[in-house]
Design a protein around this ligand. Sequence first.
Ligand code: ATR
Length: 275
Amino acid sequence: MSGNTKICAVVGNPIKHSKSPDIHHAFARAEHIDLEYLRIESPLDGFDATVRTFFSRPMHVGLNVTVPFKEEAFALADVLTDRACLAGAVNTLWRDAQGRLNGDTTDGAGLVRDMCVNNEWVLRNKKVLIVGAGGAVKGVLQPILNEKPADIVICNRTAEKAEQLAVHFSALGNIRAVACSELVGPFDIVINGTSASLAGTLPPISERVIAGHTAVYDMMYAPQTTAFNAWALEHGAAAALDGLGMLVEQAAEAFALWHGVRPETGEILLNLRKA
Ligand code: ATR
């Protein structure tokens, strides 16, 4: 590390299992950028101070924000992108030339890029089911709607939250909430945005949402096939992806915001899968 080394970090709680340092260091090596990327565990009641301390130091150029601080980062930013405003969450922070704290969210762009570029899925004119209505889903709806699917249905264990999200995004496309027990399938694409896979459980939806042509994306990732993807494949889904590609692509978006160059993601994604 020298006086010219740029410092970035991911802040969360807990944070020790974050793959972001490996991903950003690989990008930096490929792009010949002198970068040190740290993990910072912020106290739950001290996020504001953690961010201010980080950016008070020279060469500290960018912060990624993860669970449970994305809404606090949104509240803290002086300048927000449109997509961060709609998401109500921020996963990428940096200071601009005027010293203002800027906030963006790259999660949705990362998800769409992994689906549509890395895996050549087409969302346009497709019937899409999104399961879940928490922060993770709110963060990805705008980029998905931008792809102009024919119809987006949101369902959630707590139905009112799906209804609120459908209303919040209704100006951007065909989006509606349906109770989990009343879903009429099948769908072309099913996205699991619940945290159920973290606990190895399944959201309460019927296998009738799946047909032989259905492609499934679980926004969670795990070394083994996630519970949701295993369930979908058992019921005949054509393809199932987990959220590792989304993780790498959201990182590439953040890297581009900080360093002005969007890195290639193919090789690091392959290496992470092998590991
Ligand atoms: P995140 O930031 O990961 O979205 P969140 O805002 O707490 O976290 O939202 C978690 C989502 O996963 C919610 O949609 C939640 O459903 P509820 O709104 O009913 O709580 C969903 N979820 C979590 N565990 C689940 C489970 N075992 N079955 C079904 N849905 C689950």
